[in-house]
Design a protein around this ligand. Structure first.
Ligand code: SF4
Ligand code: SF4
Length: 455
């Protein structure tokens, strides 16, 4: 397979689907053209055996693997991380060219950073980039925030953090920057840390609407954001609206990506598979994709689509199984950018998937635990699966198959989740609401499930 660096510019754009007629692709020509000057695909010099595609961060000249290892869904048994398996997966990832590892103090109940540190400590520090975050969601005080920052170094067993993010900002409006990071002096502190070299790149991960996004970017002169992490996949490109009312939750990735690209700020992608759902698409979409590339996994489409945007530094995947890691590495070793035809197929798939009344849960677990025991992501995952399989929404109560479909839903439901975890246990206390980066009205959405369970 030919590497990107060996193809000329016109051919590159053609493969990206950026020359020719598809509206989906051509509307992106300007920003991508600009970005191509900023972030150039290259091959890692220190691992000549890998076929992995790399992107260069123009700020620090880091050569970053297009696949980043998200350490938020690590292999575990009864919530205890299986360190041996983590080590085995990290070994495989590094051997196959992955060099970006992304964690956070809140992942796995605070255990992810430690597990990441143990796995990476076995390697020469120059072999990997580590990213972590200031997840000061609950306590915004300077003392607690600074402690969280210093703890990350200890748990990760490093002296320098390559990519440091203000974790999940945007959902609480423009004042969040001021209240969580400025008033307590943390922004000033982090800028000094960057100056001292303990942070190499400073950015933020974003969950919110475009107005707040614009506000954060308007602070670029003051803070110089080295990178920004956004939720981007072929569905959220134009179907990110959570409530269905565009004016309330229009966090479309198309807007976010294009804005960052125009500002020459590298993009790190989170949720390329939309919480795993783009690995398990509705059957009509699956048929379309399989017909086009029978030997490729469904997930590979989502990864190739993400990687086709040249201002993407890395696409993070939270992998809990070796086979997922292997498949994802394959998708980027090397990247075969989506063709114009493939972009059009994915745009049509996005329209179909975006039209399904699923709940936009990415399985991030931030809302957990629920004090009443509801397994919130588990309920939503099961519900979405049944939507994708067209078991629900249930037809009119008078329809012949109404009770059969409800029974099918209930039967599988209690195989997947225990009675103690089901939506009926929700007491509408609202504790989970501010924790959800996707702004899902959790109790309202659980009511949709309750309705079927109690049919
Ligand atoms: S609103 Fe419902 S799901 Fe959310 S924390 Fe309260 S009881 Fe649990
Ligand atoms: S409901 Fe929200 S916070 Fe909870 S797992 Fe889903 S996306 Fe994450």
């Amino acid at each position: 397979m030919e590497n990107n660096k060996n193809i000329n510019r016109r051919e590159f754009l053609k493969r990206m689907g950026l020359l020719g007629g598809a509206a989906f692709a051509t509307t992106l020509l300007d920003p991508i053209t600009t970005a191509a000057k900023a972030v150039i695909p290259t091959k890692a010099k220190d691992n000549p055996n890998t076929k992995m595609t790399y992107r260069v961060n123009h700020n620090t000249k880091d050569s970053v693997s297009l696949l980043g290892f998200g350490m938020m869904r690590l292999p575990n048994e009864n919530k205890i991380i299986n360190q041996n398996e983590v080590n085995r997966m990290v070994d495989y990832a590094i051997a196959n060219g992955v060099n970006y590892f992304d964690t956070a103090p809140v992942y796995h109940g605070g255990k992810s950073e430690e597990a990441t540190g143990i796995a990476l400590k076995r390697y020469d520090r120059k072999k990997f980039f580590v990213a972590t975050k200031l997840s000061n969601f609950r306590d915004w005080t300077r003392q607690a925030s600074e402690k969280m920052y210093h703890d990350s170094f200890k748990k990760l067993q490093v002296d320098v953090i390559d990519y440091y993010l203000l974790h999940s900002i945007g959902g609480n409006g423009p004042n969040e920057l001021k209240e969580r990071f400025e008033d307590n002096g943390m922004m000033e502190f982090l800028l000094k840390e960057r100056e001292a070299g303990r942070i190499r790149n400073l950015g933020f991960s974003y969950h919110g609407d475009v107005k707040v996004f614009d506000y954060f970017l308007s602070q670029h002169k003051k803070y110089h954001w080295d990178f920004v992490q956004i939720q981007m996949n072929y569905v959220d490109w134009r179907h990110a609206s959570i409530t269905g009312k565009k004016e309330e939750a229009d966090g479309d990735a198309e807007y976010l990506y294009n804005k960052l690209t125009k500002m020459n700020i590298p993009v790190v992608i989170m949720e390329p598979l939309r919480g795993g759902r783009l690995a398990n698409v509705p059957s009509d979409v699956e048929n379309d994709l399989k017909q086009e590339r029978p030997d490729d996994s469904i997930a590979s489409w989502a990864f190739r689509w993400c990687g086709s945007y040249p201002n993407v530094l890395t696409a993070l995947s939270g992998m809990s199984k070796m086979e997922h890691l292997q498949d994802n590495i394959k998708s980027f070793s090397p990247l075969e950018p989506c063709s114009e035809r493939e972009n059009a197929i994915l745009a049509a798939a996005a329209d179909k998937i975006g039209g399904y009344p699923t709940i936009p849960c990415t399985q991030c677990n931030y809302c957990m635990p629920c004090p009443f025991g509801v397994n919130i992501p588990g309920n939503f995952s099961y519900y979405n699966e049944k939507i994708d399989k067209r078991i629900i929404p249930l037809p009119d109560r008078s329809a012949k198959d109404y009770m059969d479909r409800a029974a099918d839903f209930k039967d599988g439901f209690h195989k997947a989740l225990s009675l103690d975890e089901d939506a009926n246990k929700c007491r509408d206390c609202g504790i989970c609401l501010p924790k959800c980066p996707q702004k899902i009205r959790i109790p309202n959405q659980l009511s949709r499930i309750k309705e079927i369970l109690n049919a």
